[in-house]
Design a protein around this ligand. Structure first.
Ligand code: S3P
Length: 449
């Protein structure tokens, strides 16, 4: 059975994660899984390029499998080798009209980036996803794509499924995005490749810049700021995917919270548009340092040394750090629940339109575990407390599930989390990695708990 179907089957069953308080420290060295954002881009760019691209370190998880599966429906060919994945790209003008709907599963990145590619093709296509993805806002990409000449029909409120009427005569645009979003930016850059003229994107704060860094490796000439000229063709190249700082964040937090822990996490991506969580940990008094910093394939990487930190302090999170830790806010809130004083997060309304409303889901989970919280439309205050056992709902959200699981390691009596199968969308080896570091978590089908 292919990895895609294996993971699809795993997320099709309701699972409960039972976490007991840690009785031993996390010790050892580990390379966390490949970066999800870079993996999506490697699969899409490699699938579009002329020639064969070699990808090392790719994340194989529900989200990236959805992208890989869609790219193969569009004509790209994938084969596993000893060193990773080879992608035979379709080359210029080579995408095939897909048979049936392209299923993006739980992945907003897959849907928004592929919408950019498909808007400029000489064929129609339909992008759909699971219940969570089909309730997330797509108007944010449909509006600028329409300015380029794209025709996309959605469900009411700009929700997927997206029915894309391909238009091979798109026009480049200058777009000032109202949101700092790498998905919007990358969607428009990809559509811009298939458009006439130049596409220029600006954003209120710099979001993750993996597309801008990786497109030149695929032979695309980038212009000033965030811009490119249409009509350029991608050429195959070798991609090395660093470990995902967003996945590493859960292991960092676990080590900070469990007495006696001492971990080395290797080859972690340290692109400055992704590292604000590590800065926040240091600002809270966490014992975290970067070693052996280096550059591979246009991305900064390094090893993270993290040790148990008994006296974390609450902080006021600077608003301009949010884009560089947008996916790490849930795990920061779990740390805040164990810190002295109050942690304040504002200017983070984007969290309400992620895989779940992450501010609300974390607020309910933390409150149930005995931690005082105050929710705001664009943020949350969390005051550290002695947390205790509760049954909590991760609302089909992988990052909320893992954040609450890490908090359970420190809570009296642990925690029990439903919908934990969604962890597989970004980190299928979460439990196995914790096990290697000395911590056992139990997952069981919902009916038997
Ligand atoms: C991503 C961008 C971010 C992030 C998501 C991955 C990407 O979303 O939350 O997990 O790979 O471009 P937004 O662009 O919506 O902020």
């Amino acid at each position: 059975m292919s990895g895609y179907w294996r993971l699809w089957l795993r997320v099709s069953f309701d699972m409960r994660l039972q976490v007991s308080p840690a009785t031993a420290p996390l010790k050892g060295q580990l390379r966390p899984p490949g970066d999800k954002s870079i993996s999506h881009r490697a699969l899409i760019f490699g699938g579009l390029a002329s020639g064969v691209s070699a990808i090392e370190g790719l994340l194989e998880a529900g989200d990236t499998m959805a992208t890989q599966h869609a790219m193969s429906q569009l004509g790209a060919r994938f084969s596993h080798t000893e060193n990773g994945l080879m992608v035979q790209g379709v080359g210029a003008g080579g995408l095939l009209e897909p048979e049936g709907v392209l299923d993006m599963g739980n992945s907003g990145t897959a849907m928004r980036l592929l919408a950019g590619v498909l808007a400029g093709q000489p064929f129609d296509s339909v992008l759909s996803g699971d219940q969570s993805l089909n309730s997330r806002p797509m108007a944010r990409i449909m509006a600028p794509l329409a300015l380029m000449g794209a025709t996309i029909h959605s469900e009411p409120g700009g929700r997927a499924p997206l029915r894309i009427q391909g238009n091979p005569a798109l026009q480049g645009i200058h777009y000032d995005s109202p949101v700092a979003s790498a998905q919007i930016k990358s969607c428009l850059l990809l559509a811009g490749l298939f458009a006439q003229g130049e596409t220029v994107v600006s954003e209120p704060r710099l979001s993750r810049d993996h597309s801008e860094r990786m497109l030149p490796a695929f032979g695309i000439e980038m212009g000033a700021g965030i811009s490119l000229r249409g009509g350029q063709c991608l050429q195959a190249c070798a991609v090395s995917v660093p470990a995902d700082p967003s996945s590493a964040a859960f292991l960092v937090a676990a080590a900070l919270l469990v007495p006696g822990s001492d971990l080395l996490l290797t080859h972690v991506g340290l692109n400055p548009t992704r590292t604000a969580f590590f800065r926040a940990v240091q600002a809270m008094g966490g014992d975290l340092s970067v070693q052996n910093e280096r550059e591979t394939a246009g991305e900064r990487v390094g090893d993270l040394r993290v040790r148990y930190s008994p006296r974390l302090q609450g902080i006021d999170l600077p608003a301009d750090w949010i884009p560089a830790m947008i996916d790490e806010v849930p795990i920061l809130l779990a740390l805040a629940a164990c810190a002295e004083g109050t942690t304040r997060v504002r200017d983070a309304a984007e969290l309400r339109v992620k895989e779940s409303d992450r501010l609300a889901v974390m607020a309910r989970g933390l409150e149930a575990m005995g931690c005082p919280v105050q929710e705001y439309p664009d943020g949350i205050d969390v005051t550290g407390a002695d947390c205790h056992f509760a049954e909590v709902d991760s609302a089909h959200d992988h990052r909320c599930a893992m954040s609450l699981a890490v908090l359970g390691l420190r809570a009296e009596g642990g925690v029990s989390i439903c919908d934990a199968q969604y962890i597989d969308t970004s980190y299928p080896a979460f439990r196995a990695d914790l096990e290697r570091l000395g911590i056992t978590l139990h997952m069981q089908p919902e009916s038997s708990s």
